[in-house]
Design a protein around this ligand. Sequence first.
Ligand SMILES: [Zn+2]
Length: 841
Amino acid sequence: MFKPYFFLLIVLFYCFPTQAQHPTKPTSSEIYQAIEKLSFLGSVLYVAAHPDDENTRLISHMANGVKSRTAYLSLTRGDGGQNLIGPELKELLGVIRTQELLAARRIDGGEQLFTRADDFGYSKHPDETLAIWNENEVLSDVVWAIRNFQPDIIINRFDHRSPGTTHGHHTSSALLSLKAFDYAADKSKFPNQLKSVDVWQAKREFFNTSWWFYGSKEKFDAADKTNQYAVEVGDFYPALGLSNPEIAALSRSAHKSQGFGNTGTRGSDFEYLELIKGDAPKDINNIFEGIDTSWNRVKNGQRIGEVLKEVQDNYDFKNPSASIPKLVEAYKLVQKLENSHWKTLKSEDLKNVIAACAGLFLEAVAESNLATPNSKVTLELEAINRSPQNMRLNAISLSDGTTIEKNTDLKFNHSHRFESQINIPSTTSYSTPYWLETKGTLGMYKVDDQSLIGLPKTPKESTATFHVSIAGEPLSYTKPIVYKTNDPVKGEVYKPFEIVPVVAAHIAEPVIIFADDQQKDIQVIVKANRNTIEGYVQLAHPQGWQVYPEKQNITITNKGEEQSLIFTVIPPKNQSEGLLTPMVHVGDEVFNKKLVEINYDHIPFQMVLLPNASKVVRLDIKKKGENIGYIEGAGDVVPESLRQIGYNVAIIKPDDINAETLSRFDAIVVGIRAYNTVDALKFKQQQLFDFVEQGGNLIVQYNTNGGLVVDQLAPYPLKLSRDRVTDENSEVVLLNTTNELLNYPNKITTKDFEGWVQERGLYFPNQWSKEFTPVLSMHDKNESPKEGSLLVAKYGKGHYIYTGLSFFREFPEGVAGAYRLFANMLSVGKESLKTSQQLKN
Ligand SMILES: [Zn+2]
């Protein structure tokens, strides 16, 4: 029978931050916790929509306090959000957030699952969400997760009864989870899945409510709680030295791209579960009431429970290896059971606990972190038993089919290190997130292989399996091949071992804007991932555009080396757009993908293979002014985008904000969420206002209303709201067609709002003083018009503009109208200046 990969993801040992990529090395008390967990046969599936929706206090309590198998099913990977730590957006942000969820689960002891649903951006109602997602496919994936994971209890983060009160993805997650509870148990639903999984009936389903859903603590206190169960989550775990909320905070803090650093608390605290499906637990203090979570749950399991009880009772914290004989006895008994879910899971857990008790360290390290198909890689293997337990290393089998016979005793604390080679067959797939391999739709990833659906990451194909005998019992441990190196500052650094194409090329800019009909030189960088590359590069281009030369040869001697080529691109006369793709010909093969590296300390190093295409846009745009000062906020690519259309953009550090610096610029632009993230701006607001008063032009992009570092965002009263327009195609009404912003130097029409992506904008002000002029009006379906997306006010001799329009999303996509409108914002006031100069002359 097909064996789902979920079993490879079991989190048995804790791993505290800073060691995202290192192998876990459990302490004696962590091993004891894992032994306790061996005797709990019950599971919880927590369901929500995004990375960060999950309640880490409840997940940690279930995993560490109750010792239940616990997973978080996040329907999406969070592609649609903002990134506080770097430039990655969309699918690359989804890769980061996937890894952040995995990092969180390594800390709180849970497992992580997904569906194929794509986080396409904000939606206000589940109807809208389920129309953009393929509802049936997402439901199928939730059912698939339930049938694989076989949860006794399902807990929803969101309320299925309150559509429209929170993100449409949120309510949808609850609606689909509720439906899947019944569907998973129904043979007639998604029958194709039943080739590899059985139907599964969960026992009960809860909604993880809190005062937040009631609007206030007072309302929550007053509410009817007949159907609610209070779960104490303030546990303290002496074995870990941490309270449950402290672990939950460490886990939550893994969401660094969202800036969700969290401080732990101590002391009694409660989570509330409202029963929404299944029978009510008779014991209000035990949500597993009525479910046998002991070894008696499994036929002939009773004796295993007894043996493991003995292991617990006699556990020697000074010598965990003393438990090995009894653990091996339990393992043998488990092998005699009929095949079942719990047999597979607990066999794996037992093996890992036995290895941990022995201090058994097994590792296969490659000479490089990268290899190409059809190559040979040298491995350094290490096996060491750090216990007095008798142990033999029988053989090591590599994923290429090679078996290395060893037949050697693993003597106490005696390291066996040896070299070998592994073949990387020509059929090996490239290492890249499986859900990004094929182009999906706005709402869905496309994954053809059913066995991959739901997995947090692509399973590693290159592995080494160590076959050992412990207390006479043969046990096999499969380890993905890794790469490690010593960094003079960080020390030991691990990286995944990845299979990459022989060569990858990229154009530095994903979007290249031609603000006039002048040709541009485009740099193509070709990187070799093996020695000795010879071939040529052509640049595929849209019709009407010209590229010279037609092709260029490449010769690269060393792996890792790059060659840079310059192509000249000539745009057409009129507004036009299309794609440029470097096609690298080596031998008979053509390579047209680019490799993107994601490198942050809190998650493992990631390589992502993406379609290699840069968008070229010939814009019809006029500009006034040249020098722009940019005050960075949470991170956006607006400065690079403005440089592309010919502005000189200088980044101004908060410390350098003073009258003299500001006076050098034609306009100052403040990056997204700067007043939420840059503390130092607190002391600079007056200087910015003075700059405006003396004739400057200040453009402030969106901020959220929570946690502003200044009391006054603008020189006049302006109040931010949560108003947003999420439909990127919603109609835009030009409120005042004679307003300078819509006329100078570019004539803006509704055509300029075509082709926008993801949304119109967010966190628009909903109250402003009379000095402000609203320029645009827009709204989502069934909502009142929102006029706060673009506001301009004259202050002294200058202008202040506040905009919640999502320029930071439109620029990287080369949306022409967004550039034309922004050029007008940068030029505001320059027309009257021009007129007065003309008068003087
Ligand atoms: Zn969410």
